[in-house]
Design a protein around this ligand. Sequence first.
Ligand SMILES: Cc1ncc(COP(=O)(O)O)c(C=O)c1O
Length: 386
Amino acid sequence: MDISYILNELGEDREQYYNAVAPPIIQTSNFKFNTVDDFRGALADEYQGNLYSRGFNPTIDILRKKLAALDGAEDALVFGSGIAAVTIPVLALLKTGDEVICVENPYSWTIKLFKDLLPKYGITTTFINGCNLNEYKNAITSKTKLIYLESPNTFSFDVQDLASVADIAKANGILTMIDNSYCTPLYQQPIAYGIDLVAQSATKYLGGHSDLMGGVVTGKRALLEKIFNNEYMNIGASMAPQNAWLLLRGLRTLPIRMEKISENAEKVIAYLESHPKVAQVLHPFSERNADLALAKKQMKKCGGLFSIVLAAADLNEIETFCNVLKHFIMAVSWGGYESLVFPACAAISKADFDRNNKRHVLIRIYIGLEEPDYIIKDLEQALSKI
Ligand SMILES: Cc1ncc(COP(=O)(O)O)c(C=O)c1O
């Protein structure tokens, strides 16, 4: 499907709402029925229509159609946050005694899900580095039901071979799921590689303005229907119609934002790579990435997120560099219009910081829509202070 059609027309039926160009926010909790028969039909199969907005809603429906089409998927479910789009499908598809294989450095709350939450339900997880296919083959047991990927992850940008992992999983009757928030469907299409479920934090690029929380999972309708009729409806982490509307607005400009952000980030990366006070810039398309060929095969571009390691990577230097930046906002998240900085050392106590630990010394940088020269000048003055 043409991306312009998806973003401008798909799912929109303007005659239904006074020929308004922008879709309405259907701000209602419930929907009325004229006959008991109609009501009975809706209650019997909530996946087919609008009954109650914890399930579906017309504003949400427009968004679901567009998000499914962007991923080349049969259907999409949207959630109140990205982590709900990870947690709810996983809970819905696993049961006591099942095992999961998960890559070792996914998003922090995803680690928590597999390490702390699932064991409460008797579901265990084997964490693997994920870069070597033999690791998957060795970790599979007769109880393995899910392989969970995050490629690239969003601090060290490790990539996994999506097509090969999907093949291994299929040969063993195992489901695959990926967090594709880093790439969005514009830069990586996991379903085309055979992955079953694709989750994204819509809070990031899809929304694009740092003003909403949301999540999406796409895949085969039968799988999504199972998720919907169980944990989705029970946990109730659905998206509010107002947020769906903001997301629809964000989607209109997704391609041009991603394009500009990627272009800006490439310029900033080139500057940082040549700076003597920067020891390393980590991102999937870095010449130093051992999996560069795989990253280029699977992904179109990298967007605005990467990490750096300072040449003098002790705590004082890292803190000074981050504290004196003027135009970067120190904050979690990414994917908006604004450039951000997140030193990994902020997530650990000073006493635990180990300058020889590769993950402790990372400074994650997100480049937004500001002009690259403006951002580079800021980096220049911050680097001059260390
Ligand atoms: C890679 C990744 N996946 C999932 C999430 C969770 O998304 P949300 O914050 O929208 O719940 C995040 C949040 O930062 C993330 O970075």
